[in-house]
Design a protein around this ligand. Structure first.
Ligand SMILES: *[C@@H]1O[C@H](CO)[C@@H](O)[C@H](O)[C@H]1NC(C)=O
Ligand SMILES: *[C@@H]1O[C@H](CO)[C@@H](O)[C@H](O)[C@H]1NC(C)=O
Ligand SMILES: *[C@@H]1O[C@H](CO)[C@@H](O)[C@H](O)[C@H]1NC(C)=O
Ligand SMILES: *[C@@H]1O[C@H](CO)[C@@H](O)[C@H](O)[C@H]1NC(C)=O
Length: 322
């Protein structure tokens, strides 16, 4: 009798052990990434010898390897401190696009030093709520080096050796106009096959040209790889000549520095709004990455409607939009 009871008890005990282990496994697999990171962190922190910090470095890049295919893109929209309404509109535009597979995109508004008392409060409020603003050390200017300040500030601004972030912090940097509608999914799809070094991407100027190795990319939105931002910071070429139309000047730096060996002309996926028609315009069409010169609300509305931007509104009893 005694013997039997013990046997049954042992059986029950084994069974509950089994379920407990299964439970742990499930928990671990759910938390795998975090679990992993914790283990590694613990290891490098406490078990590594004198050069533990370099060990930590490697570990961290391993843990980001799970998303090593992910393209990291910084989009800088150059604007002015007082453009509150425009920024709020653009936040809607970039905050309501469908999720983008395989990319991490940060959209930031970029301007120079604040100049008015009210800006200190209003811009601070935006930062508290959205944290999507970069204030560069410069005086507001259109064609006198703001672009140079933007690109050449990046290596230092995102030099997160303390935070152990990935390198480069962004594979690509884009300068975007505030009257351009950028369709993030098409944009990322176009980037996926492209090199992540020495790349210069955009809508080649002049409008009739299809040769990205001549002249430059339009200021509506051009993109370069991170190494080019580092080059802009280090080189003397941009410092010598930065006045004039910012997009043209930018192209001249790359020409004179023999940079941008990889180029991609996104025309006619990028174009100016169809009206009024010029050699730079194109009809709205499905294969679109960017539409530029959206200078009026009516043009924005036509563009958003064409691309069904608001089509997937979730139904609710709280509103009715015919
Ligand atoms: C320590 O760092 C040096 C140089 O970075 C490296 O060659 C060496 O393998 C490291 N040693 C350990 C135990 O990680
Ligand atoms: C911008 O503001 C910073 C901090 O207030 C100041 O140190 C810097 O001199 C200013 N730069 C310009 C170009 O006005
Ligand atoms: C980045 O930080 C490292 C370490 O603090 C420093 O050696 C390096 O010069 C910095 N690079 C830039 C571009 O500021
Ligand atoms: C927008 O939606 C309509 C109706 O569903 C569809 O026919 C059209 O192709 C869509 N347009 C784009 C650019 O996807």
């Amino acid at each position: 009798m005694m013997m039997k009871a013990t046997k049954a008890e042992r059986g029950r005990f084994m069974l509950s052990c089994f379920f407990f282990i299964v439970f742990l496994c499930v928990l671990a697999s759910i938390n795998e990434a975090r679990f992993h990171g914790l283990l590694k962190f613990g290891f490098s922190r406490y078990c590594a010898p004198a050069n533990g910090s370099s060990e930590f470095n490697t570990d961290n890049s391993v843990s980001t390897n799970s998303s090593s295919d992910e393209i990291r893109i910084l989009i800088g929209i150059l604007t002015l401190p007082d453009q509150y309404l425009r920024r709020n509109f653009l936040r809607l535009i970039y905050g309501t696009q469908p999720p983008v597979e395989g990319a991490k995109i940060d959209v930031k508004f970029v301007f120079c030093n604040l100049t008015k008392e009210d800006q200190k409060v209003l811009v601070a409020l935006e930062i508290m709520r959205y944290d999507d603003i970069m204030i560069l050390d410069c005086k507001e200017n259109m064609n006198k080096g703001k672009t140079l300040t933007f690109f050449s500030s990046l290596p230092e601004l995102f030099n997160d050796t303390e935070a152990q972030g990935p390198y480069p912090p962004y594979h690509y940097i884009m300068k975007l106009d505030d009257d351009t509608y950028l369709r993030l999914n098409s944009f990322v799809e176009s980037l996926k096959p492209l090199p992540r070094e020495d790349l210069y991407y955009g809508y080649v100027i002049p409008c009739r040209s299809m040769d990205p190795f001549k002249h430059y990319m339009s200021g509506m939105g051009y993109l370069v790889s991170w190494d080019i931002a580092e080059w802009i910071r280090a080189s003397d070429i941009p410092k010598k000549q930065f006045e004039g139309p910012e997009d043209k000047v930018f192209g001249e730096w790359l020409r004179d520095g023999h940079r941008g060996k990889n180029r991609y002309n996104a025309k006619w996926s990028m174009y100016n709004f169809p009206e009024p028609p010029t050699t730079c315009t194109h009809e709205l069409w499905p294969e679109t990455i960017a539409v530029h010169l959206l200078k009026t609300q009516e043009k924005w509305i036509r563009t958003l409607n064409y691309f069904n931007h608001t089509q997937n509104l979730k139904p609710s009893k709280l509103y009715h939009i015919p």
